[in-house]
Ligand binder design. Structure first.
Ligand code: SF4
Ligand code: FES
Length: 331
């Protein structure tokens, strides 16, 4: 059964059980014995359906919740026939950075996955049961915090949003750290430079009045049109995937990159912002002009931010601004 349909049934049974109970009690109080019997008959299947579906949810669909005896974990590098009724075994080949030796190493682990197991779940399973030294960064496990960005089968993705079963090619998944950020350990990369670039373009609302910067004077109303100018770019979760996918960032570390530029555009287009100098910082070869419009950043963004379009729009803004400045100087 498809997951969405299954969950729908479960919620339906969950709602119908108390509804039938209520109907049973009410008809009993009012003395409608025929109707009461109908509710009594309905209660049994609703209650049973809810119980069975809840059991499946807890013990069959969630790899982490399956009792230990259901697991069959093989030793590193060896695959065994699937005997569990829980899911398939996949081999995770993990490219890990050894911080002390300053080079990459590989380790392989066989993990049992169900159709709902994400790559992050599989990595946590390895960490818990096979190799406690495996280092990775994660937090929310639901595509919100942006911490679990890594490279799966050559593509920068959020591990918590990537299905392990779907990623397996010939039952193998290649996992590695992002390459555009300095390495720390195993799958963990250093984000200091990333955050530095982000803050270099003043990603915040600026008011000329210094007091107003910290204490709003009024409610700043915006029309739908004004909100829509920046809203799509405000969904960035700072995962760094766009930076990893960008060929310019990978060849020129000075390039400020798609994440910082898209956020600069987001604040530049906000009608509440009164900053003047942001475009000057962008009007550089390491700023918007460094972008070669490969578009890989937008392709990998898990939040649909589309940094590539933001950068092209920024170029137009910079161009318009410079024409205005030349016009003023000539006058
Ligand atoms: S723009 Fe998208 S890919 Fe880049 S950091 Fe933000 S959310 Fe991640
Ligand atoms: S753990 Fe938060 S986005 Fe993946």
């Amino acid at each position: 059964m498809r997951a969405s349909r299954y969950i729908l049934f479960m919620y339906a049974a969950m709602i119908l059980t108390p509804a039938a109970l209520f109907g049973y009690a009410l008809t009993g109080m009012l003395g409608y014995t025929g109707m009461q019997l109908v509710f009594q008959v309905l209660l049994v299947p609703f209650f049973l359906a809810f119980g069975i579906l809840s059991y499946i949810e807890v013990y069959a669909h969630r790899g982490a919740s399956v009792p230990r005896s259901f697991y069959k974990i093989t030793t590193t590098g060896r695959r065994k026939e699937q005997t569990s009724r829980v899911g398939n075994e996949v081999m995770l080949n993990i490219k890990r950075f050894n911080h002390d030796a300053k080079h990459f190493e590989e380790s392989s682990h066989s993990v049992k996955v169900s159709r709902f197991t994400t790559v992050l779940d599989a990595l946590l399973d390895i960490k818990e049961r096979q190799d406690g030294t495996l280092a990775m960064r994660y937090s929310c496990r639901m595509g919100i915090c942006g911490s679990c960005a890594m490279v799966v089968n050559g593509k920068p993705v959020l591990a918590c949003e990537t299905s392990a079963a779907k990623s397996a090619v010939d039952n193998r998944i290649e996992v590695g750290p992002m390459q555009a950020h300095p390495m720390l350990r195993d799958l963990v990369t250093d984000f200091d430079d990333f955050f530095g670039k982000h803050s270099s373009l003043d990603p915040h609302l600026y008011r000329k009045d210094e007091k107003e910067q910290w204490r709003a004077k009024e409610l700043y109303k915006q029309t739908h049109e004004e909100v829509n100018r920046f809203l799509p770019y405000s969904y960035c979760i700072m995962c760094g995937l766009c930076m990893d996918a960008c060929p310019v960032v990978n060849s020129n570390p000075e390039f400020v990159g798609p994440q910082a530029l898209s956020q600069a555009y987001r604040y530049h287009k906000d009608s509440r912002d009164q900053m003047k100098g942001r475009l000057t910082a962008i009007d550089k070869i390491t700023g918007a002009w460094g972008c070669e419009f490969a578009g890989a950043c937008s392709e990998v963004c898990p939040k649909g931010v589309d940094p590539a379009s933001a950068i092209q729009l920024l170029k137009a803004e910079v161009f318009e601004d410079s024409i205005k400045t030349v016009g003023k100087n000539d006058a």
